[in-house]
Write a protein that binds this ligand. Structure first.
Ligand code: URA
Length: 246
């Protein structure tokens, strides 16, 4: 990649700021000053700015506890986005894996690994996402059956079977955990609405083996552990081995 891109990706400045640094001779490539912004470099070259070595970290993975009130987008002109909560301004290419509605809370993976994101979101991979749901109404066995076997949403699209666990049910409110294996627009809310129940609170608890770290406070994030990442990569690979992505 170009030297200016390498430095901008690593947060040494904006593309024009790093071009300036390069022009002024502050940047070395393998200990030799380089004034060419378009010089081709690789991750194995040693790049330094004012003598400080800047290593290239190619992939990053963060677990964010998304609070309500922020958009699952990379940037927005008017509203706060989940990326505004990630203050490692190191990379410009981070994005959220899938979308949670503005009023939904919980687990959101932020990365720049497009392949992993694609695998995790592909319905063919059948990766379960578990949500805690509070409903306005007391859920019945019939409603659970309909949701578990797959139902037609208001636009005629049929959902894949889901699984449900009722946690609480009283005084007109139900609390349930639902696991779904796809990610249609507003899917959980629309599924419950199609059986006559309104979602009044929604929180994502997990995605595959990745479980929301409840020691995080809303709006906080942390780097995935090596094990979390290895397990995530493993389940996306396994689905291929099992033939569900062929
Ligand atoms: N389903 C929804 O309806 N909303 C979300 O944010 C996530 C899943």
């Amino acid at each position: 990649m170009r030297l200016d891109k390498y430095l901008a990706d690593m947060g040494a400045g904006t593309r024009s700021e790093v071009k300036n640094l390069i022009k002024k001779g502050f940047v070395t490539v393998n200990e030799t000053p380089c004034k060419n912004a378009d010089q081709k470099v690789t991750e194995s070259d040693q790049i330094a700015v004012r003598g400080m070595i800047i290593s290239y970290i190619s992939k990053e993975y963060y677990m964010l506890y998304k609070p309500a009130g922020v958009l699952s987008a990379t940037r927005d002109k008017y509203e706060k986005t989940v990326l505004d909560l990630i203050n490692t301004k190191k990379r410009k290419d981070l994005f959220p894996v899938g979308r949670l509605d503005k009023d939904t809370e919980g687990l959101l993976l932020i990365t720049n690994d497009g392949d992993l994101a694609h695998s995790l979101l592909s319905p063919r991979k059948h990766i379960g996402k578990v949500y805690f749901v509070r409903l306005n109404g007391e859920i019945t066995k019939e409603q659970i059956y309909l949701l578990e076997t797959g139902i037609k949403l208001e636009d005629g699209v049929r959902t894949q079977p889901a699984s449900l666990k009722v946690l609480n049910k009283n005084e007109g409110i139900s609390e349930v955990e639902i696991t779904i294996y796809e990610g249609k627009f507003h899917q959980v809310k629309r599924m419950f609405l199609s059986v006559g129940l309104e979602v009044i609170y929604l929180k994502r608890l997990s995605m595959g083996n990745l479980v929301l770290d409840e020691t995080l406070r809303k709006g906080e994030y942390r780097v995935l552990t090596e094990k979390e990442l290895a397990d995530l990569k493993e389940i996306t690979k396994e689905r291929i081995k099992n033939g569900s992505d062929i």
